[in-house]
Write a protein that binds this ligand. Structure first.
Ligand code: ATP
Length: 132
């Protein structure tokens, strides 16, 4: 049986490098699944939960958005930041959520709203992943 090699890479490190049974990616226009022998594909990703299955067990990785490339049974995901579920620091995500919410509520003159929304979204998705 063919397998799919999943590589999740950030500018700092390789977060996942594993043969998987399947993966579900947070595409910008919706989630998409990748099985072995998938056709070649390039897709932008949004902030989300990338799920993959190894030995029948589902694993979760936080992805801050980026790109997914499928070619010859290799799924390469390039993201600005990514963490496996077990590496997510809950206190840090809660603090980031509160910071972003405070910024959005204060609406100060030099607020970068898109940036604050993106930070809030990263924190919420990290917390969602932790809640399983
Ligand atoms: P923060 O404001 O807490 O830095 P952020 O969403 O702005 O949150 P990112 O820019 O996505 O952070 O990531 C910066 C680095 O910190 C990356 O290496 C990322 O993996 C790591 N990181 C950020 N938040 C967490 C977290 N809650 N748990 C584990 N690692 C985290």
């Amino acid at each position: 049986m063919s397998t799919l090699q999943l590589e999740v890479v950030t500018p700092d490190k390789t977060v996942v490098s594993e043969a998987v049974e399947m993966a579900i990616c947070p595409g910008v226009v919706g989630e998409f699944g990748v099985l072995p022998n998938h056709v070649s594909l390039l897709s932008a990703l949004k902030i989300g939960d990338l799920r993959y299955r190894v030995n029948g067990k589902d694993e979760h990785v936080f992805i801050s958005g980026g790109f997914a490339d499928v070619n010859n049974n290799v799924l390469s995901v390039l993201a600005e930041s990514a963490e496996k579920a077990g590496d997510i620091d809950e206190a840090r995500a809660k603090a980031a959520k509160e910071r972003a919410e405070k910024r959005l509520a204060e609406k100060s003159e030099n607020l970068d709203e898109a940036r604050a929304h993106a930070a809030l979204s990263r924190a919420l998705v990290r917390l969602q992943i932790l809640q399983g």
